[in-house]
Design a protein. Sequence first.
Length: 274
Amino acid sequence: MNKNTLLAGLAALAGMFGQTAVAVEVAKVSDFKRLSYNIDRSKQGLENARYVVDLSQWPTSVTSWCEGEKLYNLPFCGGKKEDDQNRTISKQVTFAPDKRHAPTHLQVDAVVQWQNDKVLRTHNINYRDDHKRIKASLKSKAGNGALLSKANIISDQPITLITLEAMLLNVMSGKSFKSADNLHWFEPKRSKRMKWVYVGPDSPSIKGNYPKAKADKWTVNHYNPHNGAQTEMFTVYFNQRGLPLVVQANSGKWVMALDKVIENNQRKTALQIW
């Protein structure tokens, strides 16, 4: 095989997976124990917050939490306005364990919110393949088991329910989402049909001590299955190792940047990982 043929093959593979040729090789999720993000909310007049993802239970589950003020304004942070905001509220995301969806598929099976070892809310998902169309049932319960809400999601195509954690880990997991995937973004405070759209190579530019980095830019779009319309909600940047560097709300209300990781039990900062 000559050089031109090899380059053409790499370019074709990059196109298939929605990544640039230089970004094909990615890090293993198992090499990481924790990802930590600084959240800039200055446009809301709020102090910076922090979002942390603990990967010690991967691939069965991950646990995330936020630190800062008025965290209930962030869709991916655990807790509601009426909860005790002086103590950390954690969110554990468990991935579907059955044969149809291996854990690394990143399809969510349950979300549990807890505080000081006390369960606040659980959100369980039941996938029904016996329905004439693809169906997923969601039930949310209080810590005492009382039913808070329930909903059905019905589609002609297979549904993958995901959380922000699944979005961040999808490249490193080796199960990158594609634009044709029928995604449903499920958070305790969000429930939206979504599309994952590759934009192209780019360099994220944000405030702070972050170096310039080559990255793959994706948009996460709200999708209307009735008319096919899509509306961009936020943007995600992945570096050449598949690490999610930046997540930015298109509303401008917040942008978060990866500034600390624990990789192979060694702590690294933005200057070392970007």
